[in-house]
Design a protein around this ligand. Structure first.
Ligand SMILES: Nc1nc2c(ncn2[C@@H]2O[C@H](COP(=O)(O)OP(=O)(O)O)[C@@H](O)[C@H]2O)c(=O)[nH]1
Ligand SMILES: [Mg+2]
Length: 233
């Protein structure tokens, strides 16, 4: 009982000796990502790159798009990024039904080939995720894998698991974070190499290079995944 009352400082989370994803946080690396995205061109077989962003309400889809737009230097991207049209699922339907509707509506609306599907999942309260959602993701990932459409799992809210923004630099070395994500990835049958982790801007007034690097890295990964698929079309 005494343990509950004694005020021990929180133990620092154990770090892996080697990160499971190499992300370079220096300014040059950040600028390199900016240039890579700025100079990105779809494969000549495709006129645009269409990325479908899917996720349950509150997973951080809008925040990710807003964060991404804040990060990309406006002058470089004027007119190059077409805004996304949000699709609102009808209320009073099951998770699976709602997602089926989103997919169908999107495909009917645009009539365009999707070159990469991004599933957005919050790591906050990840233990209490609706099993129906996980099951739906697993089915969708299986279907995409069969048809060869690249699929990424975008994990948001990782800031909830670190004390300060600076600690995000060690995100890919945190054993506890890796374990949480591995469990989800296993349930959804998606490979860890297709997982991208970000912390969206939600209260800050200015962009910062650590979050920015993770956000740009995410965009670069999506674009990189799309291109070989465009080539095979
Ligand atoms: N701490 C934190 N909050 C986030 C993050 N992403 C989104 N949020 C917050 O979560 C709420 C829902 O996010 P939103 O982007 O609207 O989710 P959507 O329904 O998927 O579009 C908003 O209040 C955001 O500020 C994140 O990475 N970290
Ligand atoms: Mg939204």
């Amino acid at each position: 009982m005494g343990g509950l009352l004694s005020k021990e400082p929180p133990k620092p989370e154990p770090l892996l000796p080697i990160p499971w994803r190499e992300v370079e946080f220096r300014h040059e690396a950040y600028m390199k990502l900016q240039d890579e995205i700025k100079n990105y061109q779809p494969h000549p077989k495709a006129s645009t790159t269409n990325i479908l962003i899917l996720g349950n309400v509150g997973s951080g889809k809008s925040s990710f798009l807003n964060s991404m737009f804040s990060e990309l230097r406006r002058e470089d991207f004027n007119g190059r990024i077409q805004s996304f049209q949000g699709v609102r699922p009808p209320a009073q339907t099951s998770v699976t039904q709602r997602f089926d509707d989103i997919l169908e509506t999107k495909i009917k609306m645009e009539g365009d080939q999707i070159h990469c599907v991004v599933l957005v999942l919050s790591l906050h309260n990840a233990e209490n995720l609706d099993p129906a959602l996980i099951q739906f993701y697993e089915g969708l990932i299986g279907m995409l894998t069969k048809t060869g459409v690249p699929c990424k799992l975008l994990v948001t809210f990782v800031d909830k698991l670190v004390e300060k923004t600076e600690d995000l630099k060690d995100l890919y070395k945190r054993r506890d974070i890796k374990q949480k994500i591995e469990k989800l990835a296993k349930e959804m049958r998606i490979s860890m190499c297709n997982v991208i982790v970000v912390s969206n801007y939600f209260e800050e007034l200015k962009i910062n290079q650590i979050k920015g690097t993770l956000l740009l890295e995410a965009v670069a990964q999506m674009l990189t995944a799309a291109k070989p698929f465009q080539e095979r079309m």
